[in-house]
Design a protein around this ligand. Structure first.
Ligand SMILES: Cc1cc2nc3c(=O)[nH]c(=O)nc-3n(C[C@H](O)[C@H](O)[C@H](O)COP(=O)(O)O)c2cc1C
Ligand code: SF4
Ligand code: SF4
Length: 277
């Protein structure tokens, strides 16, 4: 089989999960291709299966993933697809898989699997727990996540169909859950970029601007400024070598753990030059 794998990631979790699946598929003799979502994707060479992996943002999928799934062509035949969501808490994937399912059905996709994998939390500007983990905690969570990804890949190869659709987070009231989802989707992601700030420790190195997956940071007078295409992926804040990025209104990041998947260096050369770990 030819399996095309597509991801969006801020800090490498979703890529790690998909790469883990990829290794299992390849070890069983399947051909794979893995790449970041790209609005020029046209799927002219139709794969046997397309697999997507996205993080969950406030119980939904990132705005850019929603736009991407809306932008792809409607397949002329039933296109097999699977979706994996990475979440800071496997119980808190909310509507994310339902959103993907709805959008993919409109594109004539047949969903053959949908699952959630818990990976370390990367939302460093979140004022509420769970907070970004320590290195040791992160390593343990990644290990578990990789095991889950291997299981999902094995299930896919063996034709086992499991559909995780919705999970309602137990520690939230129903009102708070719906409000957080709607607020982030319709207001938060359109507004939070305005709250981007840097502490005095920022030295204007420009790394944040170079690694931002949506090209949302511009450097003006040696200081970064954020623009409206920001998806809140937290890559910049977690990679900044000076720990300088924060947000107004409770998005303080001083003293918090920085997290990215240990093998993920979005622009390796720049990170190496700046000795980012
Ligand atoms: C803006 C934002 C919102 C998030 N919301 C949730 C959430 O609702 N539920 C959850 O379990 N994790 C949430 N997280 C955590 C991420 O989904 C999780 O860390 C994910 O694995 C990150 O994947 P990535 O490294 O591929 O970007 C959120 C993270 C961010 C940045
Ligand atoms: S990466 Fe950090 S130190 Fe460098 S320009 Fe961006 S905010 Fe400033
Ligand atoms: S500005 Fe930062 S949080 Fe926003 S999309 Fe770019 S890297 Fe992600």
């Amino acid at each position: 089989m030819n399996i095309e794998l597509k991801y969006f990631t801020g800090t490498g979790n979703s890529l790690k999960v998909l790469n883990t699946c990829r290794k299992i598929f390849e070890s069983h003799g399947h051909g794979t291709k893995i790449s970041e979502i790209d609005f020029n994707d046209d799927y002219t060479v139709e794969p046997d299966i397309i697999g997507f992996c996205f993080p969950v943002y406030a119980f939904g999928i990132p705005r850019i993933c929603r736009k991407y799934l809306k932008s792809i062509k409607k397949f002329s035949h039933k296109q097999k697809a699977f979706v994996i969501i990475t979440a800071g808490d496997a119980e808190e994937s909310g509507f994310s898989l339902m959103e993907c399912r709805k959008l993919l059905l409109k594109k004539n996709c047949e969903l053959i699997y949908s699952g959630v994998i818990q990976m370390p939390v990367n939302w460093i500007t979140s004022p509420a727990p769970p907070f970004t983990p320590s290195k040791d905690e992160a390593i343990e969570t990644i290990r578990e996540g990789v095991r889950e990804a291997e299981k999902i890949a094995a299930n896919l190869i063996n034709g086992v169909k499991i559909f995780h659709k919705f999970s309602y987070p137990k520690r939230y009231t129903r009102y708070r859950f719906y409000m957080d989802y709607l607020l982030f989707k319709y207001i938060g992601v359109k507004f939070l970029w305005r709250t981007f700030r840097v502490y005095d420790t920022c030295n204007g190195c420009g790394l944040c601007s170079r690694i931002c997956p949506t090209g949302s940071i511009v450097i003006k007078n040696k200081k970064p400024a954020c623009t409206s295409t920001c998806e809140q992926c937290m890559r910049c804040a977690n990679f900044c070598p000076e720990n300088a990025i924060y947000q107004l209104h409770g998005g303080d990041t001083k003293g918090k753990n920085r997290y990215h998947e240990p093998e993920f260096f979005p622009v390796k050369k720049i990170c190496d030059d700046l000795k980012v770990e």
